[in-house]
Design a protein around this ligand. Structure first.
Ligand code: XMP
Length: 511
């Protein structure tokens, strides 16, 4: 399949550029700016997009455009730093602006019938600017601050924009990217769920032949869609295993198993490992220790299962493209570790498996579209994310069987009421909602009797990427109903509070 290569010069928006191109149904891949030529050319690119970046072109060690890119003779679109690097490489002049330009701006076209036709409001974020264009370039658009807001060399098909077409703050920016990849690079918009499925099936069959394949399904979107794709490719050569850790939400195990059976015609082997997990967690209260124990225990249970199944040679992993890209991105500051994230099914590399990763090149929205096209139910495809360590991270303090079932019961009431009121599910405005059980007891009164019981917190957030989040302004009456039902129906909880912190400074989960 043809493709577009996006070179990452250290931009926080690099992945967004790739998503916009994929949304135009064009396949693309992201590479660090200095990736080897063989690697970049191996995807047979029909054009290059150069991302923004934090450096100045004339700074020591600044990223640059590798020579072979020009030798291919293919179209290039440089965005922000990418435009400056292009200008610099082709003999134009780049200088520091008197003032850093950040935020909204307006541009005015200098020409008709270009990729900028539908763009007027744009998002800027740059320190340097072009002061002289390279030979062969003409001005396509100007802004109050920059006479060269967009430039192009029609003959060589080289283009540069000072603003960021990939972000939502640039209305119609996606049309500019689409125009570049389709009209200028000549790509066909053929990257659709159907073609993704078809291509994956070919690739999976080629990789595994008639070997047996094992999949760990957690109930999350990624592991389910990965297993579904592999099942579609090789049918009963796949054994999908669902480990019931005893730390799941109410009915979760049954829902996943029935989705597999009814919608895919695939069996899901359920392993009941609840006792083992709860034993391992006894008396542990430290959040990171709880996470470590669950991750470790999962591996042991899964190893044992694989042995019983005669050690299949292949293992399905639901790795998705952002995970792959993050691990090879250029020297962006590595984020400080806040908490250890485990994916159930995130198994160590020293296990004796060859990995099958059918979602390795897909973004989350593509994974969902593929899941739907494969016939998985909406309830599974649009399920809220659930942390790998399960309810342990929502059961603050010691994780006992009694406290987990208390939490599960309260959580089920919240979910039931939010669903009824239309706050959950696709496009309903709440990205994630759950109950947290607190190891705090307080005094209450119920039917003339004094109570001294635990408190529960409701968490409901809205977010686009789970990196930042805001709390949902749920109606008071709905909160009242949920609180009332929890205190009345769940033994051991006599007080309910609502978490009104955003992320940051809080995180979404409490542990
Ligand atoms: P935090 O609490 O870090 O959570 O704001 C961000 C998102 O990640 C989910 N989460 C996890 N997901 N394994 C996962 O697969 C984990 O260990 C884990 N911990 C948190 C959390 O539910 C939220 O969606």
């Amino acid at each position: 399949m043809d493709s577009i290569a996006i070179l990452d010069f250290g931009s926080q928006y690099a992945q967004i550029i790739a998503r916009r191109v994929r949304e135009a149904q064009v396949y693309c891949e992201l590479f660090p700016w200095d990736a080897p030529m063989e690697k970049i050319l191996s995807i047979a690119p029909k054009g290059f997009i150069l991302s923004g970046g934090p450096k100045s072109v004339y700074e020591e060690g600044a990223p640059y455009i590798q020579e072979f890119i020009f030798k291919t003779g293919l179209p290039i679109l440089g965005i922000c730093y990418g435009m400056q690097a292009l200008t610099y490489a082709l003999g134009g002049q780049v200088d520091p602006s008197a003032q850093r330009e950040y935020g909204p701006a307006e541009i005015e076209p200098a020409m008709r019938n270009t990729m900028l036709d539908e763009i007027s409001k744009v998002w800027m974020s740059h320190g340097d600017r072009i002061t002289r264009m390279p030979e062969g370039f003409t001005v396509l658009a100007r802004s109050g601050n920059s006479p060269f807001a967009a430039i192009g060399d029609m003959k060589r098909k080289y283009f540069g924009v000072q603003f960021h077409p990939e972000v939502h703050h640039t209305p119609n920016g996606e049309k500019l990217l689409k125009h570049f990849v389709i009209d200028i690079c000549g790509m066909k918009p053929n990257w659709t769920p159907a073609s993704i499925i078809e291509e994956s099936i070919t690739r999976i069959r080629k990789q595994v032949g008639n070997g047996r394949v094992l999949a760990a399904v957690s109930g999350g979107v990624d592991s389910s869609v990965a297993a579904a794709l592999v099942h579609k490719a090789i049918g009963d050569q796949l054994v999908a295993v669902f480990v019931d850790t005893g730390l799941l939400r109410k009915n979760e195990g049954e829902q996943v198993a029935s989705a597999f059976r009814e919608h895919l015609g695939a069996e899901l082997l359920t392993v009941d490992a609840a006792d083992g997990f709860l034993d391992a967690l006894r008396e542990v209260t430290e959040p990171e220790e709880k996470r470590r124990i669950v991750g470790e225990k999962f591996i042991r249970v899964f190893e044992e299962q694989a042995k019983q199944l005669g050690q299949p040679r292949f293992l399905v992993q639901g790795t998705i493209y952002p995970d792959v890209v993050e691990s090879s991105a250029p020297d962006r500051n590595k984020a400080e570790k806040i908490k250890t994230h485990h994916n159930v099914g995130g198994l160590p590399e020293d296990m004796q498996f060859e990995l099958v990763e059918p979602l390795r090149y897909l973004f989350k929205d593509e994974v969902r579209a593929v899941g739907e096209a494969l016939g998985l139910p909406e309830s599974l495809v649009w399920r809220q994310p659930f942390p790998g360590p399960g309810l342990t991270v929502r059961c603050l303090g010691e994780v006992t069987r009694e406290r987990v079932s208390r939490l599960r019961a309260a959580d089920a009431i919240l979910i039931e009421e939010l669903s009824k009121a239309g706050f959950l599910g696709r496009n309903a405005g709440t990205s994630q909602a759950f109950v947290v059980l607190l190891p705090v007891r307080s005094v209450g009164v119920m039917g003339d009797q004094r109570t001294y019981q635990e408190a529960a917190a409701i968490r409901a957030v809205t977010t686009e990427d789970f990196m930042t989040a805001d709390w949902v302004r749920l109606p008071y009456d709905l909160l009242a109903k949920v609180a009332n039902r929890i205190v009345n129906e769940v033994d051991g909880i006599n007080r309910v509070v609502y978490d009104i912190t955003s992320k940051p400074p809080a995180t979404i989960e409490w542990e």
